[in-house]
Write a protein that binds this ligand. Structure first.
Ligand SMILES: Cc1cc2nc3c(=O)[nH]c(=O)nc-3n(C[C@H](O)[C@H](O)[C@H](O)COP(=O)(O)OP(=O)(O)OC[C@H]3O[C@@H](n4cnc5c(N)ncnc54)[C@H](O)[C@@H]3O)c2cc1C
Length: 422
């Protein structure tokens, strides 16, 4: 182990070169020495894979309801994403040389629909700053020292060195999508200072079911289904049955269900699975049950030789129609009801490696309004490492951006602004 003399005058050390770390490093305006440590071979690996490779960087509909927290952080999240809102994010990336476009659901993307453009834009901004970027540099320990911190960095997975930094920002992400360097090991860096973690769950993730129909439905995508999730809520002390309903695509797989509707429902569900979660799928949300029933009766009378199993074909996807009719045992009244409320008991989720976001993290009541630790002065947090998770649709990158800008402003306040405005 050696002490790196070149590194001994770091004012701000940023741990993690993901979305939050890159925004923070590029947003800092003070001229003091700033070093970003990223354990991977390159920065922004996850950022470059977001939005199915298209980079859904924010959403024009950012509200408090889009953010979740176990430790009461929703109000703080709202405050922060209001201060550095979607317009601020768009301006930031446009000033970094990007053109952005918005789809019909308010989702904002780089106009070229390449997520890597987000990373490139932040990298371009960084090249105009005096930030030193150290890749293949995993921070394995942070210790309190006089006037700051001693950070132990493991280079290339072998050699370690110690550096001193006055201010440290943990932007090391959560515990899902581990192939992007976020295996949850960085939480321990904060726990050393007395920070505690909420329970951790995957979010924006596929859901599992044992329903026997899945075999025949595997691979089918139903656009614009109305999906209702029914779950038990214990937040008021006694159990209450609640539901959340939304319209979106649903995709069937051998393990269960996926698709945009499932990703958007998952933040309400993954921590409640042990208490029982049922999905009820309306395959024909624009038709009333009686209309469907009458249409089935009419069709049966018109085509008496058509097997009952085929009667829903032409109303919904053929495979879906057959599965519904099988469940209804050929009873047309029950079939009409079932096509409007096809239930699936949810037995689990597809796991940490399939999820996009971590639900839970460093408790929000352990940080102040600038996201500085209440337990250790000079230690800050930004991004997914904190107990804030956002809805599917660009809200998580918005949180990474807004939280990083909040910390950047606090650090600039501390060291003074030496650079021009971005
Ligand atoms: C496949 C996928 C698609 C997604 N799509 C979207 C989307 O379209 N829109 C959206 O809003 N959100 C999306 N998300 C979520 C979003 O990417 C994250 O919420 C966001 O990247 C979090 O930013 P972060 O900087 O906090 O963490 P990360 O981006 O995860 O970055 C953390 C970084 O810290 C590094 N690190 C960890 N530990 C250490 C250590 N000890 N030392 C040094 N470095 C360390 C990691 O290698 C990593 O690079 C997606 C996620 C995934 C996995």
């Amino acid at each position: 182990m050696r002490y790196n003399v070149d590194m001994d005058k770091i004012k701000t050390a940023i741990i993690g070169g993901g979305a939050a770390g890159l925004v923070l490093a590029s947003a800092l305006k003070n001229d003091e020495k700033t070093v970003l440590f990223e354990r991977g071979e390159r920065v922004g690996k996850k950022l470059s894979a977001t939005g199915n490779g298209q980079g859904n960087v924010t959403n024009l509909g950012v509200t408090k309801e889009q953010y979740f927290s176990f430790s009461g952080g929703e109000a703080r999240a709202k405050e922060i994403v209001t201060r550095y809102d979607d317009a601020s994010l768009c301006e930031y990336f446009e000033n970094a040389g990007l053109l952005l476009i918005t789809d019909e659901r308010g989702r904002v993307y780089p106009a070229g629909r390449q997520a890597s453009a987000l990373t490139d834009a932040l990298r371009n901004l960084l090249s105009t700053r005096k930030v030193e970027v150290c890749t293949k540099s995993r921070v394995i320990e942070i210790e309190n020292a006089q006037g700051g911190f001693v950070i132990t960095v493991q280079k290339d997975g072998t050699e370690t060195e110690k550096v001193f930094a006055e201010t440290v920002v943990l932007c090391a992400g959560g515990t899902v999508a581990r192939s992007f360097g976020t295996d949850g090991s960085a939480y321990a860096l904060a726990q050393k200072f007395g920070h505690t973690l909420t329970p951790l769950f995957p979010s924006l993730v596929q859901l599992k079911s044992d329903a026997k129909e899945l075999k025949s439905l595997k691979g089918i995508r139903v656009p614009d289904a109305m999906v209702t999730a029914i779950y038990t809520d214990f937040s008021s002390g006694s159990p209450r049955q609640r539901s959340v309903r939304l319209k979106g695509d649903i995709m069937f797989a051998d393990y269960g269900v996926s698709g945009d509707s499932i990703f958007r429902l998952s933040p309400f569900l993954t921590h409640r699975l042990q208490d029982g979660v049922v999905l009820s799928i309306d395959f024909l949300p624009t038709f009333k049950e009686n209309h469907i029933y009458q249409s089935l009766v009419k069709k049966q009378a018109q085509f008496p030789n058509l097997p009952t199993s085929e009667l829903l074909c032409g109303f919904v996807n053929n495979q879906v129609g057959r599965a519904v009719m099988k469940r209804a045992k050929g009873d047309l009244q029950i079939a009409a009801r079932t096509v409007k409320a096809f239930t699936l008991v949810i037995t689990g989720h597809l796991g940490l490696d399939s999820a996009q976001v971590t639900k839970g993290g460093i408790r929000m009541d352990e940080v102040d309004e600038n996201l500085q630790s209440k337990k250790q002065k000079g230690l800050y947090f930004a991004g997914e490492i904190l107990d804030i998770d956002g809805q599917c649709g660009g809200y998580n990158l918005q949180w990474a951006y807004s939280s990083a800008r909040t910390v950047a402003a606090a650090i600039d306040q501390k060291y003074g602004k030496g650079r021009g405005q971005v």
